[in-house]
Design a protein around this ligand. Structure first.
Ligand SMILES: *Cc1c(COP(=O)(O)O)cnc(C)c1O
Length: 248
């Protein structure tokens, strides 16, 4: 058994146990492979185990791995901050962008999609941890943001997404995860025309149990499947870090 296969088994065990602990069915929680920095061969080890959903942070990586992954029946989402000048390229590779973190990127994508006469599933990313290094809309503006983005005809809002407070002790991230669930419920109550929320995307290697308890329907796991990454997480999250564009 490969390490990836073993790790996947362990993750499913954790998902199952977390669901049991809060009376949910494990079938309510999808597993997304967070594949950043991992080469296609490594990802394919997981696909051989039956995985079908992957999330990438960077357009460069989507492009670099596209050929090697092309024969696999997978769904690819963008889960990292998307720069405007890479938006068109991203659209060539993904069926959903979870990281709609500012109005300008929503506008840009809508314009590009109009030209292509296409629609795209998107999730709204909220900064529920209050950390300045995180991207995402202010939770207090959730309703107005959702109303505005719902006007973009080519974007279909299908979910909400957050990166919980990243601390070694997962109990401390609970309120940042709970806040996303509150946003989800609030948006559903508003019943905004054109919005059909289906997913609450939250939970990573360290906080998947808490995220499931707080209502996650999609956990995004990297480290505990593929192993520890060399690259510090800051380069994926901090807008002001000049090394963000460094090749991997
Ligand atoms: C890296 C990443 C993950 C997975 O994080 P791990 O701690 O490696 O499991 C999930 N979501 C996003 C947006 C990420 O960038």
């Amino acid at each position: 058994m490969s390490d990836v296969e073993r790790n996947l088994k362990a993750i499913y065990e954790r998902i199952k146990n977390a669901c049991i602990a809060c009376d949910r069915s494990p079938s309510e929680v999808r597993l997304m492979l967070a594949t950043k920095t991992n080469p296609a061969e490594r990802i394919i080890e997981a696909l051989k185990c039956g995985e079908t959903l992957i999330g990438e942070n960077r357009v460069q990586e989507l492009v670099a791995k596209a050929d090697a992954l092309s024969g696999w029946p997978i769904e690819k989402h963008m889960i990292g901050h998307l720069q405007s000048n890479k938006a068109a390229k991203a659209l060539d590779h993904v069926t959903c962008i979870q990281s709609i973190d500012r109005m300008s990127i929503a506008e840009r994508l809508n314009t590009l999609l109009a030209k292509r006469e296409k629609q795209l599933d998107v999730y709204l990313q909220f900064n529920t941890s209050g950390e300045s290094s995180k991207f995402g809309f202010d939770p207090n503006e959730a309703v107005s943001v959702a109303r505005e983005i719902a006007q973009f005809e080519h974007l279909k809002i299908k979910g909400v997404m957050t990166i919980g407070l990243l601390v070694p002790e997962p109990v401390l991230s609970r309120s940042s995860l709970r806040d996303l669930r509150i946003i989800y419920d609030r948006l559903n109550e508003e019943a905004i025309p054109g919005i059909d929320l289906q997913e609450i995307s939250m939970g990573m290697s360290t906080d998947l149990e808490v995220a499931i308890e707080e209502g996650s329907t999609m956990v995004r796991i990297g480290t505990d499947i593929f192993g520890k990454r060399e690259t510090p997480p800051g380069i994926f999250w901090n807008e002001n870090d000049p090394s963000r564009e460094a090749p991997i």
